[in-house]
Design a protein around this ligand. Structure first.
Ligand code: HEM
Length: 362
């Protein structure tokens, strides 16, 4: 009897290939040769890395879709003028999935931490100079999200790309030529029709913010517990806040100002029905920035526990390098809008609410 050619669990998921990939290559003369594990825990090390790479693959898939929807990438060759309103919840769902993956994946570092550092030392030399530093998918995620290349720590003055092979470098080059999620976001924010709704929003918001800072200053001023030095330090901080709102809303290129003002506007008036989905999307992107940074921070803590401050297998200073990367920010100062949120009772009211069918103040 012949077996009908239908999917089975193992064939559909190609488990033969996936589950045959846990024996390390020998790097000897015969291509394809593999060796036994050097320590029982080497299996944990390999599987945890492979699981991370699978999550990276899914996140790239999802971030690409979020970028395409938000950036109105040609679908069937036609680029539409605006993001269809019904697409915004899809972008929210996609970013939400990425955030959930990051949250779950970061917990996987707990699994690798069940390996004692002495067990790692049993095979660490055999894997040198391989390192997560060479994870192409991780670099692709950073690039697709929009991490500015200029903000990277340069090890010994060189680029991470020097640690990759020509095929991997070509993949990075292709990614660098694509629109990023951040570009798509700025493009989308820039099209928010603030002027039709609230022509002097930036000026009105700055004045309302000044009123809020003045209130806060008065509260501090009346606190009998503070010393004169503490009061003086607080005054300096309040002055810095007044300057910061001006920088955020009025200093920068026209495109940056449009995006920042839109970010402020959407976040500030998030209770209005028409802004609910856009503000949920911005919240999702704030969470994404946070979750990505948590990945870096959690990885650094695991590394500290596993190898202390010694040089990494990839040749970097190790922990001190990883600590520096925890400062990376994909969306730069765009998310600083969070610095300027003020109590609802102080918000200025838009002048032309009917334009966007808002229902302000009710
Ligand atoms: C025993 C466990 C691990 C140790 C000791 C370790 C150590 C390190 C060190 C020292 C670096 C800096 C580059 C270098 O000099 O090698 C690095 C980078 C990196 N590792 Fe790990 N790692 C471990 C596990 C993991 C796991 C499970 C992942 C998940 C994929 C991972 C992903 C990365 C990534 C993406 C980088 C590049 C970070 C960047 O350049 O921003 N590592 N790792």
């Amino acid at each position: 009897m012949t077996t009908p050619n239908v999917p089975t669990y193992g064939s559909y998921l190609q488990l033969g290939r996936v589950l045959d990939a846990q024996r390390p290559p020998t790097y000897g003369r015969t291509p394809g040769d593999t060796r036994d594990l050097l320590h029982h825990d080497e299996m944990t090390f390999i599987v945890v890395h492979q699981v991370f790479e699978l999550w990276f693959k899914l996140m790239l898939h999802e971030l690409g879709r979020a970028r395409d929807l938000l950036g109105r990438a040609p679908s069937g060759g036609v680029r539409s003028e605006t993001v269809a309103e019904r697409d915004v919840p899809d972008v929210v769902a996609t970013v939400g999935r990425v955030n959930e993956i990051l949250r779950v994946a970061v917990d996987h570092f707990r699994v690798i931490e069940t390996m004692h550092p002495l067990s790692f030392l049993a095979f660490r030399d055999a894997i040198t100079p391989a390192s997560g530093f060479q994870s192409v998918q991780f670099r692709e995620m950073e690039i697709l999200a929009g991490l500015p290349e200029a903000h990277r720590e340069r090890l010994g003055g060189g680029s991470y790309a020097l640690h990759l092979n020509p095929d991997e470098r070509a993949r990075i080059e292709r990614r660098l030529g694509e629109m990023t999620l951040k570009d798509a976001l700025l493009d989308w924010l820039g099209r928010t029709p603030i002027d039709e709704t609230f022509p002097d929003f930036a000026e009105a918001f700055r004045d309302a913010f000044d009123g809020y800072v003045a209130e806060q200053e008065a509260f501090h001023g009346s606190n009998p517990v503070l010393t004169e030095a503490e009061r003086a330090a607080a005054r300096t901080r309040f002055d810095a806040q007044r300057k910061a709102i001006r920088d955020y809303l009025f200093e920068g290129s026209p495109a940056e100002l449009k995006a920042r003002r839109a970010f402020m506007f959407i976040t500030t008036y998030r209770d209005e029905p028409l802004l609910r989905w856009p503000s949920t999307l911005l919240d999702g992107l704030v969470e994404f920035e946070q979750a990505f940074r948590m990945f870096r921070f959690r990885h650094a803590r695991m590394v500290e526990r596993m190898i202390g401050a010694r040089t990494g297998t990839g040749g970097s200073p190790g922990l001190s390098y990883l600590e520096q990367t925890t400062a990376y920010r994909i969306f730069g100062n765009l998310l600083e809008a969070r610095n300027f949120l003020i109590a609802r009772r102080l918000l200025p009211l838009p002048t032309k609410t009917q334009m966007l069918r808002f229902n302000f103040g009710n």
